[in-house]
Design a protein around this ligand. Structure first.
Ligand code: HEM
Ligand code: HEM
Length: 464
């Protein structure tokens, strides 16, 4: 594992712990806010007359939900943990704690201004996941550049020659996302088909080259640490890294199958969507084989069950994505709620569960305080049952919706056909939201609770 966990001393440890707690605390606040909004909009499908004020309209709340889950919740949590993992695996201190706080302040500023602007009706048009005004995106970008610089200089000062795999993923993801954010902000090619091409590139790489590598990089640290055994195959991890980098950037056009984008570009995107099976299966197998034979330990851990569900979410969601890209299946599923099911299987079942696994693994280690085992179990089951209901309802409902459209029936028939599934989605979503309240309490207790409890718990985790 390279230099993982070699270094740390008193005050530096405390500074880093405070920084990590700051990132996780803020991220948790945004998770609560953004998913409360998610619950409201999910009930609007079942009850269209609910909350009709412009400030609470679907058109304004939906991008608040997506941008805040992406750029506030998931991004802040992943960057905070990337710093922590970087420091531990490089056997050095963070280049600048102050810069770390500055990035966090800018991330929060962007999220706050973005949320307010969207709710007041100021946005960047209908370009999904980049609805924030360009200057607000630029603030997010500044936060990202500072964070990347901080992590890269930290890695450059590492004790070993080797750079541990986690940092390849996290630094790689940050550098690629700076390119991605620049492409999203610059005004060229932002009209007509050029805009569609840019949007395809942006939309898929936001999930594939930002959240995915940061989550995978986190697991490459967390799994060996918690299981007290090396990752099953370092080489497989390297293979997954490079194939991810080669195949992912080209698959974005699968969001625009049957659009006026060149047919060859769509075909290329489909072929590379199939090629994505290589990094997805290589990575997932690596994680599952690392856990093999240690299921009792996984079951008794705070963090490992979340990572386990996260790995399944990654494997199933991405493999589903490969099939979803085929033209024959796009005919049924494109523009239906099936896609929303896929989004939550991946961004929730994979990324959000992956982040929770990381938080339950790292925060108690950093602060010396563990959460209640019962409340952690409650968080796990509410979220798991909730997301299973959510994804199943929309997978079934979305398929029916697509089949009704193909059969040429009046549009309203597809609405009445999927209506019960929208209600189920709202019920699943409410369970997910409840789990976030429990999680927020756990984070609070890991940051401010009594220290003794956790020593015992950590000892138990380490011994198991
Ligand atoms: C690696 C294999 C993957 C493939 C081949 C794939 C494929 C697809 C396809 C074809 C669509 C478009 C559906 C449509 O518009 O009809 C889609 C949408 C989406 N995917 Fe994936 N996916 C993969 C992995 C992931 C992962 C890992 C994430 C999240 C981390 C993710 C998040 C999303 C999201 C959020 C959308 C919705 C985009 C929108 O709003 O239109 N996907 N995916
Ligand atoms: C309580 C939990 C949640 C609920 C109830 C919820 C609900 C919703 C609803 C109702 C939509 C609009 C779907 C539509 O336009 O048809 C949506 C979209 C979306 N949500 Fe969530 N959500 C939750 C959590 C999350 C989280 C944690 C993430 C990411 C980390 C996320 C990512 C997304 C994405 C990417 C979309 C766009 C989907 C697409 O266009 O395919 N959601 N969500």
């Amino acid at each position: 594992m390279g230099a993982a966990g070699v270094h740390q001393g008193g005050e530096e440890d405390r500074d880093l712990a405070r920084l990590l707690a700051g990132y996780i605390g803020c991220a948790t606040f945004w998770l609560l806010l953004s998913t409360a909004v998610g619950v409201i909009i999910s009930f609007k499908f079942a009850y269209p007359d609910l909350m009709t004020s412009p400030y609470l309209s679907f058109g304004r709340l939906r991008p608040i939900h997506t941008n805040d889950t992406f750029y506030a919740w998931a991004s802040m949590a992943l960057v905070g943990m990337a710093f922590y993992v970087g420091v531990k695996t490089c056997g050095t201190r963070l280049y600048s704690i102050k810069l770390g706080w500055a990035s966090l302040a800018l991330f929060n500023l962007a999220a706050l201004l973005g949320t307010i602007a969207l709710d007041l009706g100021f946005n960047n048009g209908d370009q999904e996941y980049r609805e924030w005004l360009w200057w607000i995106e630029a603030i997010f970008m500044a936060a990202l550049v500072l964070a990347a610089y901080n992590l890269i200089v930290t890695a450059a000062r590492r004790a070993d020659d080797d750079l541990y795999l986690s940092n390849w993923y996290t630094i790689g993801g940050m550098v690629f996302t700076i390119i991605l954010a620049s492409v999203a902000i610059v005004p060229w090619y932002q009209r007509g088909l050029g805009q569609v091409g840019v949007q395809a590139f942006f939309m898929h790489n936001a999930v594939g080259m930002w959240f995915t590598p940061l989550t995978l990089g986190l697991w490459y640290y967390v799994l060996p640490k918690l299981l007290n055994r090396p990752i099953y195959s370092y080489a497989l991890g390297v293979l997954a890294f490079w194939t991810n980098l080669v195949f992912y950037p080209i698959i974005g056009a699968h969001h625009f199958i049957f659009s006026p984008l060149p047919w060859w570009l769509q075909t290329l995107a489909i072929v590379f969507s199939v090629a994505m099976l290589v990094p997805v299966w290589a990575g997932s197998a690596n994680f599952l084989l690392t856990m093999r034979g240690r299921w009792e330990q996984v079951r008794r851990s705070y963090a490992l069950p979340f990572v386990f569900v996260g790995v399944l979410g990654y494997l199933l969601g991405s493999t589903q994505g490969t099939f979803e890209a085929f033209r024959s299946l796009q005919q049924v599923w494109h523009l239906t709620n099936f896609t929303v099911g896929h989004s939550h299987l991946t961004m929730y079942g994979f990324v959000t569960f992956g982040i929770w696994g990381g938080i339950y693994a790292l925060l108690p280690r950093a602060t010396g305080r563990a959460p209640s085992l019962i409340l952690t179990g409650l968080h796990f089951w509410l979220a798991t049952v909730g997301v299973v209901i959510y994804v199943m309802a929309l997978s079934v409902g979305g398929t029916i919706q697509g089949l009704v459209w193909i059969s040429g029936q009046p549009f309203i028939n597809s609405v009445t056909a999927i209506a019960p599934d929208w209600l189920w989605r709202a019920i699943g979503g409410s369970l997910m939201f409840l789990s976030h309240v429990v999680f927020a309490w756990n984070v609070w207790s890991m940051i401010t609770g009594r220290a003794q409890e956790s020593r015992a718990a950590q000892a138990a985790e380490a011994a198991s």
